[in-house]
Design a protein. Structure first.
Length: 1173
């Protein structure tokens, strides 16, 4: 038996001499070093590294069959050298001794030199094997190198070798390198990492091969294969210092090309670029690995953040950063320069983020050369919608994260899925808002089957969900919102049982139902099915969700559908629910008591339904609740302090009643101190008054306050003005609040004040400089508008002080107000000329100066207001002519009202160029001449105005009386030229304005006949041609004007029979025809010729004639009443049936009725206010 004990031995002096004939075979090199071992942790064992005393002499020990070496060698020696088996074994042992034993065991006077020589020879062998592509043997050689450095205090060298070991694996053909050997590679890696003190199984921070060192592969492999990494530390440091200087100069050139408004790169001083902002270096080599130059303060809606954005040009010196694996230039502003083509030569990159960086042009296909890229983010890389191809993706076979959102890809419509399918390692794909309209229904084979995140939202796909998508079993996050997917069976999505996030909102799942099957997705955390056409009840669906043992669902959004029925009690079983939105459906009944079990609920939105009854008191048990919206239902009863007893986290409370008939009372004592601190409060048509609510006294974090139609009267208490609030909105309109308004409330930027329809008095208040909108209409404010109004509030965008008692001149307070879009000072007592400085309002859209005492001419400076949509200068004392520039410079004009002034001259034909015009009111002036024949060009009178385009209000004369329109003004189409001195014929072209609702040409000197084609105006409701010189007959075609309900043809020279069919049967007021001596027939007492020939016939004939007329009349009346009955039934069910079936129309109708009620009240209040003057 040989002595197996470990002894200190002196290393033989010939330890390196046998190396010339050594190329260790793979099996030999793997032995005992965790390589090729079927079991074990791959860590070298002590007994496998023992040095035996007799091994130094005979070069080997007895080999068992299990440990016998297979020595298939190639000797790197001269041609005449021989390498017998025993020599090879001895050489292997000697090199192992030299590389692995501690210095005190080797006892060699120059241990470091000995090791360096051994490593150099082994490296030489490694390079030769690599040049011959003999990867199997090369990996074996690496194993010896790894084994040989385990005792070294040189972690840098170890890192090189372990890194390169995996690089070799990438080159080895799968046919020659089995998965088992790949596992052994992992063991080697794990061995080194453990010895380096890194816990591979740390749950907080897992180290994967990619994350831990694959980012170092190219640089390390280069140094290993082309340089002597085992050289003296002194040489390594010299090379690194030289390399660092090159990289420092490269970064300085890069910085010089940038524009840097914030100076965030100005601290890039000193020689060590690793200390510069945004630069991350390797701890080992001190070479630059990461450039984090993204803008951390991206631009917001107010334009803030642009100062932190880099711009300018990107220097090619970036290529000198040979170790760069991470580049982030996101959220900067490179002002449309193209993405540099040389980016495709940054082969070491693993991470590239150019999102929101303001580049221009298409995505360069050179990015496809970055074969090692793992993460690519091009979201909104450009501000231009330039079409792009995606063929270049095929070169990124290792890519795991791809984001190309908000980039035009319609050119890639036919191949985008095939391009993505070339990325087998893909884990995340984000392609939102890319202009893709087709989601292919089939592909031969899905290569990205491991994908876990898929975002294809906002693309407008117009087909059903493809079957291949339901086979992505690893999918955890699926976002298909804002498309036009048309599935009826939502149960298919239940096959994706790994889903945690599913967003199908804003699609067209017409007829879709929510079944128990869909409720079996027990891993869901977020489900959004809002804004589809899903109908039915939700009981089965909620029951399915509630049966999940460990349901993790925390967000459920089902709003904007056609769902109905009562809320099921089982909803209380979703105890992890944090967000629940059921808004804008047809749910009925009351809130179930079980909702009090949702102890984690943070947001509850039940607004815009048909729920009724009292509000459940157990809502007060939802201690985590932050947002509560119960608006637009039919609640009744009393809200007490008990409803809020445990709502300590409540931040937003919204209860807007559907009508202004108050059925809900907010009952809180003056001593109540709420447990919450609100930020948002909106209460409409809830009885809060008569006093201002005292419980607001401790709500000092509010930034949004709406107390609308709350029946609050009296003054606002001083403590409210002293709360030191920072507000976004303060709306206390439609109350009876009195007193003056203090100016010590502070507002955030873009703040809004709404005090309409109260009884505030005193001078016009000045508010915080941050206020952008001020609505103070229909109050009792008096005095002059302060001259420094514009200077004190430079951010002002909207001003409405109409319906007050303001006097004096309209001041030049406009300097510096560049963003005003609405200005309404109508219905006051302002005098003087219209200020020329109004022309500086280049952004203004709505200008109302009517019902004042303004004089002078219309200033030509207003032609600079090219965005004007409403110009209302009526009811003043303006003189001069209508400027021709109105038709030339104001192309967006929708409403032009110059009524009741003292304007003269012709109506310029330039007004016919206003193709968007819907209201033309020139009544009550001194215009003369003809009505322009080009009136047919007013094409706006043939369309319906988009309700979103108008904001404001207007008094118009229609249906024989003065009417006030605001929210319904978009439905009105009017031409009113009454009360002037116009003459000539009525242009026939006026009959082409098919949606004209009111035509008033009364009180002029028009002559000729009423156009025969006037019956084409099927939408006309009001026609007033009275007090002119018209002649001829009333066109018979007017009987087909079925919408006509107000007609006045009095005081003309018309003659002939008045039509007696259809609408004319309803015009029984004789006064509308008076002053026309030639007219006859009903309702006038004057009979037409042939109406009564009884005197010329014998009695029998007269009787027969009478009987015949009577029979004919009876038949006519019979058909008339039958038609009326059928029409009434059809109209009744056509109208009410639609309201019953379609909740959105029903809500709109009752809101319309509600607004009419409001406006009646407003008109009465307004008239009383004017009467007080």
């Amino acid at each position: 038996m040989r002595n197996r004990s470990l002894k200190k031995t002196r290393a033989p002096t010939h330890v390196g001499r046998g190396w010339r004939c050594l190329e260790m075979p793979l099996a030999h090199m793997r032995r005992g070093w965790g390589w090729g071992m079927p079991e074990g942790d791959g860590v070298a064992r002590d007994e496998e590294m023992e040095v035996h005393e007799d091994d130094d002499h005979d070069g080997g020990r007895k080999r068992s069959s299990k440990q016998r070496w297979r020595l298939t060698t190639m000797a790197w020696v001269d041609a005449d050298d021989t390498c017998p088996l025993t020599s090879l074994e001895a050489s292997y042992k000697r090199i192992t001794l030299a590389l692995t034993k501690p210095s005190y065991l080797l006892g060699h006077p120059a241990v470091s030199t000995l090791r360096q020589e051994s490593r150099a020879r082994l490296l030489n062998l490694l390079r030769r094997l690599e040049s011959r592509h003999d990867w199997t043997e090369a990996v074996g050689a690496l194993a010896v190198l790894l084994k040989g450095t385990r005792k070294d205090s040189s972690p840098d060298v170890n890192r090189f070798k372990y890194t390169v070991s995996l690089e070799f694996v990438r080159h080895i053909d799968g046919k020659h390198f089995s998965s088992k050997k790949d596992m052994d590679i992992e063991r080697l890696y794990s061995t080194w990492m453990i010895r380096a003190g890194i816990n591979l199984y740390n749950k907080r921070k897992r180290h994967t091969r990619e994350d831990s060192f694959l980012v170092h592969l190219e640089a390390n492999l280069f140094q290993l294969l082309h340089g002597n990494v085992e050289a003296e530390r002194h040489n390594v440091r010299s090379d690194n210092i030289s390399r660092m200087e090159i990289e420092r100069q490269a970064f300085l050139k890069l910085k010089a090309g940038f524009t840097d408004p914030s100076g965030r790169l100005s601290t890039s001083v000193g020689n060590d670029c690793c200390r510069w902002p945004g630069v991350v270096c390797s701890r080992r080599s001190r070479l630059v690995m990461k450039l984090k130059l993204g803008n951390q303060f991206p631009t917001n809606s107010y334009g803030e953040g642009t100062d932190y954005a880099l711009g300018g040009e990107i220097s090619p010196s970036l290529l000198d950063l040979k170790s760069l694996d991470y580049l982030d230039l996101s959220m900067n502003n490179f002002e449309g320069i193209p993405i540099p083509k040389f980016f495709g030569s940054l082969h070491t990159l693993r991470y590239l983020n150019l999102s929101g960086a303001g580049f221009g042009g298409p995505i360069p296909p050179h990015l496809g050369n970055l074969s090692g890229l793992l993460y690519l983010d091009l979201n909104s890389y450009s501000n231009d919608r330039i079409d792009n191809e995606l063929h270049w993706l095929s070169g990124l076979s290792l890519l795991k994260h791809l984001k190309i959102g908000n980039v035009e890809l319609s050119k890639a419509e036919a191949h985008w899925l095939q391009a993505v399918n070339m990325l087998p390692s893909l884990l995340e794909l984000h392609l939102p808002s890319c202009g893709l309209s087709t989601l292919p229904l089939s592909i031969p084979h899905v290569n990205f089957s491991s994908i876990s995140v898929l975002d294809l939202s906002n693309n407008g796909f117009n087909n059903s969900t493809p079957p291949w998508l339901f086979n992505l079993s690893s999918l955890a996050h699926l976002d298909l919102n804002s498309n036009n997917l048309q599935d009826e069976n939502l149960d298919e999505f239940a096959r994706l049982n790994s889903l945690q996030y599913l967003d199908l909102s804003q699609n067209s799942f017409l007829g879709g139902k929510l079944s128990r099957t869909l409720g079996t997705l027990c891993n869901l955390r977020m489900l959004d099915l809002s804004a589809n056409a899903i109908s039915g009840e939700i009981n089965d669906f909620i029951d399915g969700l509630s049966e999940c043992r460990n349901s993790s669902l925390d967000s459920l959004f089902l709003g904007y559908n056609m769902l109905g029925g009562s809320l099921p009690d089982s909803i209380g079983h979703l105890r992890n629910l944090k967000h629940l939105s059921l808004t804008t459906n047809s749910f009925s009944g009351s809130i179930p008591e079980s909702i009090g079990n949702l102890s984690s609920l943070r947001r509850l939105d039940l607004s815009t339904n048909q729920m009724k009854g009292s509000i459940a008191v157990n809502l007060g048990e939802l201690s985590a609740l932050e947002v509560l919206d119960l608006s637009e239902n039919q609640w009744e009863g009393v809200i007490t302090e008990a409803h809020f007893s445990n709502l300590t986290n409540l931040q937003e409370l919204t209860i807007r009643q559907l009508t202004n008939n108050i059925t809900l009372v907010f009952n809180a004592s003056s001593r109540w101190i709420p447990p919450f601190k609100l930020k948002y409060l909106e209460l409409k048509a809830c009885l809060i008054g008569p006093k201002f609510p005292e419980w607001l006294r401790n709500q000092n974090e509010l930034n949004y306050i709406v107390l609308l139609h709350a029946k609050i009267s009296g003054t606002i208490p001083d403590w409210f003005w002293e709360l030191h609030l920072f507000l976004d909105v303060l709306d206390i309109s439609y109350n009876q609040i009195t007193g003056s308004v203090l100016d010590n409330i502070r507002f955030h930027k873009q703040g809004e004040i709404v005090f309409n329809f109260n009884n505030f008095s005193g001078p016009l208040p000045l508010f915080s400089p941050n206020v952008s909108k001020i609505w103070l209409s229909d109050n009792l404010f008096s005095g002059q508008i302060p001259a420094d109004f514009g200077e004190r509030m430079p951010l002002l965008e909207g001003l409405d002080v109409s319906g007050n008692y303001l006097t004096g001149k309209l001041p030049d307070f406009l300097n510096g107000l560049q963003d005003v879009y609405l200005m309404d000072v109508s219905e006051n007592n302002l005098t003087g000329n219209i200020p020329v400085t109004l022309g500086s309002f280049s952004s203004i859209q709505f200008l109302r100066l009517s019902n004042n005492e303004l004089s002078g001419e219309i200033p030509s400076s207003l032609q600079n207001c090219t965005l004007l949509e409403t110009l209302d200068l009526g009811d003043n004392r303006l003189t001069g002519k209508i400027p021709t520039w109105i038709g030339q410079s104001l192309p967006s004009l929708l409403i032009l009202s110059l009524r009741a002034n003292m304007l003269v001259g012709d109506i310029p034909s330039d007004l016919c160029s206003l193709s968007s015009l819907h209201i033309l009111d020139l009544a009550g002036n001194n215009f003369s001449g003809h009505i322009p024949n080009c009136v047919r060009n007013l094409s706006g009178m043939t369309t319906i105005l988009d309700s979103k385009r108008y904001e404001g209000q207007l008094w118009v004369v229609a249906k024989g009386r003065t009417l006030f329109y605001d929210q319904l003004l978009y439905l009105v189409n009017i031409i009113d030229l009454s009360g002037n001195n116009l003459f000539g014929d009525i242009p026939e072209g006026i009959a082409s304005l098919q949606r004209l609702g009111t035509l008033n040409l009364s009180r002029n000197h028009l002559s000729g006949m009423i156009p025969n084609n006037i019956g084409n105006l099927k939408q006309l409701e009001t026609l007033d041609l009275s007090s002119n010189n018209l002649s001829g007959t009333i066109p018979s075609g007017m009987a087909s004007m079925t919408s006509l309900n107000h007609l006045n043809l009095s005081h003309n020279n018309l003659s002939g029979r008045i039509p007696t069919s259809n609408q004319f049967l309803t015009f029984i007021d004789q006064s509308i025809y008076e002053g026309n001596p030639g007219l006859c027939g009903k309702p006038l007492a004057i009979k037409c010729n042939g109406d009564d020939d009884e005197a010329n016939h014998p009695p029998d004939a007269r009787e027969n004639i009478h009987d015949g007329d009577e029979d004919e009349h009876e038949q006519d009346m019979l058909w008339f009443f039958v038609s009326m009955a059928i029409g009434s039934v059809a109209g009744f069910w056509g109208f009410w049936g639609t309201l019953i079936v379609k909740s959105s129309w029903r809500h709109a109708y009752f809101q319309f009725i509600d607004r009419i009620n409001d406006r009646l009240i407003e008109v009465i209040v307004g008239k009383r206010a004017r009467a007080r003057r």
